[in-house]
Design a protein around this ligand. Structure first.
Ligand code: G3H
Ligand code: 13P
Ligand code: ZN
Length: 320
């Protein structure tokens, strides 16, 4: 079974009012965990590859691993470039057969962001690929000094609804990542904070009123940083900040119902994996067979993905 086009997954998700999980892939075990959970729960899935993942694992390995995932599963799978930072990187991925790419020029001026996005859109559309772009800047670590330091700086720029309409019309992008209080990484907020869901509603409505239809929005930084993983990591020798919190899952559910069609999750997978590895190695200091600690880590990620697709994104059962 070949890849399923992102365009097709989006159309079905918009119609079915569920969100697609976009999970980051960096190695074989993460990929297996995501695919096994989605296969068992009959969920369509978007696999995301970042520039860092390509540097870490080698694009050829990733491509072959995804081909293997497609051939051992029956669910619809799309492949997406996460946070492409140049036209050249987007072009490489389009040429490799990715079904969608993200160009992230959100740190540029509005005009420059339109110009860069438009160039990627023109190339992508000629080559059967769709484009996600971002308007506004997420709070926290993405553009600040460091994970912990940047996490609480609140330097983000929220997406303005009218700007969103102008941006989509001028750039021609196929989906839009919004900044509504979301943030990347494990250090998003101090204490509980919420997404600006009213703003999300206004963005969605402005796009609809402007004749852009049920336009797909994307939520980056959607990890909820579960306390149980942070505590487990610290219990077994880690040293993560404990006064950190992610996006509440209840907010993600509302975001899904308000029109976030693609929800990006990476950090929670990393936390689940790290917690499991630390536990096994601490409890079994003589262990040196990687399968004995990477195997449980894969199982932990699989259960996390199962929880997200069933209980938060509601895409379980939507594969066929
Ligand atoms: O938002 C970024 C993703 O979590 C990917 O992170 O660039 O470290 O692979 P990465
Ligand atoms: P998290 O860091 O919250 O998992 O966000 C991931 C993401 O937005 C990938 O693009
Ligand atoms: Zn992101």
């Amino acid at each position: 079974m070949p890849l399923t086009h992102t365009r097709e997954l989006f159309a079905k998700a918009l119609k079915g009012k569920y969100a697609l999980g976009a999970f980051n892939v960096n190695n074989m075990e993460l990929l297996q965990a995501i695919i096994e959970a989605c296969e068992e729960e009959k969920a369509p899935v978007m696999l995301q590859i970042s520039k860092g993942a390509r540097q870490y694992a080698n694009p050829v390995y990733l491509k072959k691993l995804i081909e293997a995932a497609v051939s051992v599963s029956t669910i619809p799978i799309a492949v997406h470039l996460d946070h492409g930072d140049t036209f050249e990187l987007c072009k490489e991925c389009i040429d490799e057969g990715f079904t969608s790419v993200m160009i992230d020029a959100s740190h540029e001026s509005f005009e420059k962001n339109v110009e860069i996005t438009k160039k990627v859109v023109e190339y992508a559309h000629k080559h059967n690929c769709v484009v996600e772009s971002e308007l506004g800047q997420l709070v926290g670590a993405q553009f600040d000094e460091g994970e912990e330091g940047g996490a609480h700086s609140m330097k983000g720029v929220y997406t303005d609804p009218e700007d969103a309409v102008k941006f989509v019309k001028e750039s021609g992008c196929d989906s839009l990542a919004v900044a509504i209080g979301n943030s990347h990484g494990a250090y998003k907020f101090k204490g509980e904070q919420h997404l600006d869901l009213e703003r999300l509603k206004r963005i969605k409505k402005a796009l609809m009123d402007a004749g852009l239809g049920d336009y797909p929005l994307v939520l980056h930084g959607a990890s909820s940083v579960p306390k149980q993983y942070v505590e487990e990591i610290n219990k077994y020798g880690g040293n993560l900040g404990t006064d950190t919190a992610g996006v509440p899952e209840a907010d993600i559910e509302i975001a899904r119902r308000t029109g976030c069609t693609k929800v990006n999750i990476d950090t929670d997978l990393r936390l689940a994996m790290t917690a499991a590895i630390r536990k096994v190695l601490t409890e079994n200091p003589k262990e040196f067979d990687p399968r004995k600690f990477i195997g449980p880590a894969r199982s932990a990620v699989k259960e996390l993905v199962r929880h997200k697709i069933k209980n938060v994104l509601c895409c379980a059962g939507q594969a066929f």
